[in-house]
Design a protein around this ligand. Sequence first.
Ligand SMILES: [Ca+2]
Length: 117
Amino acid sequence: MYPTIMAEAQLKLFNLRASKLHSSTLGKPDAYVEVFCGSANLGETSVHNNNPNPWWEEDFTYFKARVNDVMMLKVYDQDFGLDDLLGVCQRQIKLGTHEHECYLEEGGSLRYTYTLG
Ligand SMILES: [Ca+2]
């Protein structure tokens, strides 16, 4: 018998890469990604300067995830002053390993893989 209330599970997010990102200003974007699961902020990637096709090496792990939590990835272009939001990816997480591509409001896309279990 499975319990009716799902226990906390480990979420691992990895292999974040973007393609054809747009820059809000002149030149190429300086992109980074902020990661959330439910109400938790899991941190952010490094900034890849002048790169419309960044591939981030960071992994994000969260031990208190639950099935159907909403994982949110916010892609920014770092700028002087306020950073520009290039797009937001939101998805309800499921058990197993999943790869997704999300199209960003300002152009380009973000691919990522996560494992929940
Ligand atoms: Ca910039």
